[in-house]
Ligand binder design. Structure first.
Ligand code: PEP
Ligand code: MN
Length: 262
């Protein structure tokens, strides 16, 4: 399978592309505070925030919904950062595009479902927006490829893949085992596809962010995503893996220094 000519425009400009922002949009203040901090972090060009959250168990915070799209707009207006959020249904695609979201993410719990991916692909016919497709929750390369193909067949021309690790029986010490060889296998099959590493959902904890990010850069990944919050311990989701904007700055600096020594 070849997605010829579909190399991500996003990743062509500045490598690595750094996507940062909170796991979930929680309030306009939380979004703007975090975005103001991120604006000062060299290398960050895209802001992320989950608006609709696919949670493993019921009873967890499910996201603020459409109001969060207004807050993303405020972030763009104030900081000039490009914005991104996860979409999991055709309706969410339409709402996100109406509100000017710049980049769409397909989450791991959606990539796993061909019906949903097809619905999203149909909603994107004739629309030019970059789409980053996370690997499915389970280590199934064909499902990941299938989701990319469905979008490609719908005419999405700016596609990228995002590696967020896989759920296996023993993920230790990670939250989601990286199984780097699976992601590299996808890159072998579709070499023109930009590859992003969602270091936060692989690591699941702050202490692993650096080695995971470094490994991704050493493997030649085009971009990194790191969940960032102005007050991580108070986050409504994924509190244990989010870092403050100034910590992201230090992380990115450390990665550069290591690279320079290689
Ligand atoms: C997220 O990015 O916040 C998220 C829900 O990720 P994933 O789809 O990788 O579980
Ligand atoms: Mn998260």
């Amino acid at each position: 399978m070849k997605l010829a000519g579909h190399e991500s425009q996003l990743a062509k400009k500045n490598r690595p592309v750094v996507i940062a922002g909170p796991c979930s949009a929680e309030s306009e203040e939380q979004m703007l505070e975090t975005a103001r901090g991120l604006k000062k972090v060299k290398g960050v060009t895209v802001f992320r925030a989950g608006i609709w959250k696919p949670r493993t168990r019921p009873g967890s915070f499910q996201g603020v919904g459409v109001i969060g799209l207004e807050w993303l707009k405020s972030v763009k207006q104030e900081t000039g950062l490009r914005t991104s959020c996860e979409v999991a249904t055709a309706g969410q695609v339409e709402l996100a595009l109406q509100q000017g979201v710049d980049i769409l993410l397909i989450g791991a719990h959606t990539t796993v479902n061909p019906f949903l991916v097809q619905e999203i692909a149909d909603a994107l016919k004739g629309v030019q927006v970059p789409v980053l497709v996370k690997n499915p929750v389970n280590p199934d390369l064909q499902l990941w490829l299938g989701a990319l193909e469905r979008l490609h067949h719908s005419g999405v021309t700016d596609l990228g893949a995002m590696h967020r690790g896989f759920s296996t029986l023993d993920n230790a010490p990670y939250r989601n085992h990286p199984k780097w060889e699976h992601a590299l296998e996808l890159r072998k099959l579709v070499p023109e596809l930009a590859m992003y590493c969602d270091a936060s959902h692989i690591a699941g904890r702050r202490s692993l962010l650096r080695p995971v990010s470094q490994r991704a850069l050493d493997l030649g990944y085009d971009g990194l995503m790191v969940e960032t919050h102005f007050n991580p311990v108070a986050a409504l989701s994924d509190a244990q893996q989010q870092i403050m904007p100034q910590e992201l700055h230090m992380l990115l600096q450390a990665l550069k220094q290591q690279n320079a020594q290689v």
